[in-house]
Design a protein around this ligand. Structure first.
Ligand code: SF4
Ligand code: SF4
Length: 430
């Protein structure tokens, strides 16, 4: 099948980071889980329903949704609630966190999961389960029941199951297509029952392994859904809605609903096995990690434990990034907890960060070629540096998706995206 190409921007990267394929390992259980209640800056904090000193079961509700943009949060381990306090997250915003220390026995771990026949459930029943189990969209942290029900109010959209990645390090979504294809397709059917899309498209990298693609094709053909599988050319970032829409010749990216396989696996586990969102698939890698791997980690586990489990550091890392080199953020320390949106933890070597002192712009135009939004990053920077934020906004700063391609491409090592993010935050405060 012809691979669709992104029309502009992005960075061509031929190699993908070293990676150990095979069954996804369960990470060790954390002795202390720090469960962050807000996943992103705009989320509304759920309300804790436990108190310090209380005993909790694995999967017990810790905090109840406070309404829109808020989701239930459950305990990833059995134990005792030791602290409830407001902390500064790695994303740079404040959130309450509940610290649970491991104690007692597991009610789900090691037990054969229950399997409910979901096809007899109606849309309202499924929506209730998804809300109750605190399932969020892994790429954004938004409550899944909320976005699926909003979608069902505006039919005619295309649901894109995107295994495309932000950067060449991450491969989790494609691995889930390889290892849990049945659950992904079943999760897709559950999402379709709730949201009623007009069409479903699986978006995959053009170099997807045939051993992944063929079984997926068979499952798609056997399902009652109308699923098309569409390869996309490799150019990072690959996962922006605007890029995907443009490559599909769809004029309005708003008519696409993009969901990733890892979210569909969590949705499937909630509806079929009654499991809350207490685990997350995390790619642990980068040049300074001894044995890169994808781990299935409990929410709240410190990222340092995951690194330890991958053999520790193979050299001194220049930086530890949560997310990815393009759009990720530096981890404050190794105690930073895994959340429902942590998709990768990278320990990058000095060669990978290409760190060097920032030099003056040489007007090479590489950042312009790299920008998927068709912006002129060096011009935006010039306007901001000359104290003209309004002119920068008029020149498209508001359209910047913070994808990081311009910074990655810049030969003068100017952290363009950082300046743009700061400028937008200053705008919000004005
Ligand atoms: S960070 Fe913004 S300006 Fe830079 S390439 Fe991405 S969209 Fe363009
Ligand atoms: S890539 Fe860097 S050096 Fe080149 S024009 Fe853009 S900001 Fe200037």
């Amino acid at each position: 099948m012809r691979a669709r190409g992104f029309k502009r921007g992005g960075v061509p990267v031929d190699h993908r980071a070293p990676f150990k394929t095979g069954p996804i390992e369960n990470a060790f259980l954390p002795m202390n889980a720090i469960v962050q209640l807000r996943e992103h800056r705009c989320a509304v904090e759920p309300i804790p329903v436990v108190s310090v000193g209380q005993e909790v079961r694995e999967g017990q509700l810790l905090a109840r949704s406070a309404g829109k943009a808020s989701s239930n949060v459950h305990s990833p381990i059995p134990g005792i609630v030791r602290r409830i306090e407001t902390t500064r997250t790695s994303g740079g915003f404040d959130s309450k966190a509940i610290l649970v220390s491991l104690e007692g026995s597991f009610s789900m771990l090691g037990k054969r999961p229950e399997r409910y026949l979901w096809k007899s459930l109606n849309k309202a029943d499924i929506s209730h389960i998804v809300q109750d189990k605190g399932i969020v969209r892994v790429s954004s942290g938004e409550p899944l029941y909320e976005i699926l029900s909003e979608r069902s109010d505006a039919p005619g959209f295309v649901m894109v199951v995107s295994a495309l990645e932000m950067d060449p390090y991450r491969r989790t979504e494609e691995e889930l297509l390889a290892l849990r294809a049945e659950d992904v397709v079943d999760g897709c059917a559950i999402a379709a029952r709730m949201a009623l899309p007009a069409r479903i498209m699986f978006a995959v990298d053009e170099r997807i392994e045939p051993a992944t693609l063929e079984p997926l094709r068979e499952l798609a053909a056997r399902s009652e859904l109308d699923i098309a599988i569409q390869p996309f050319r490799r150019r990072f970032p690959q996962d922006l809605p605007g890029q995907i829409a443009e490559a599909m010749d769809i004029a309005d990216p708003g008519t696409l609903f993009i969901i990733e396989p890892s979210t569909l696996v969590a949705l499937h586990e909630a509806v079929v096995s009654n499991k809350p969102h207490i685990e997350q698939y995390v790619y642990v890698g980068g040049g300074s990690i001894k044995r890169p791997a994808i781990l299935k980690a409990r929410i709240g586990a410190p990222i340092g434990d995951l690194i330890e489990e991958c053999g520790g550091f193979s050299g001194h890392p220049e930086t530890i990034v949560i997310g990815g080199p393009f759009r990720g953020r530096a981890a404050a320390d190794l105690d930073a907890p895994v959340t429902r949106t942590t998709r990768a933890v990278l320990a990058l070597s000095p060669e990978e960060t290409k760190s060097a002192p920032e030099r003056p712009c040489v007007r090479c135009g590489d950042c312009v070629d790299a920008c998927p939004e068709g912006l002129s990053p060096y011009r935006l920077l010039k306007l901001l540096r000359s104290g003209r934020p309004d002119d920068a906004l008029a020149a498209g700063l508001g359209r910047c998706s913070s994808c990081g391609s311009c910074s990655y491409a810049c030969r003068s090592r100017i952290p363009l995206v950082r300046y743009f993010d700061e400028a937008r935050q200053n705008e919000v405060r004005r």
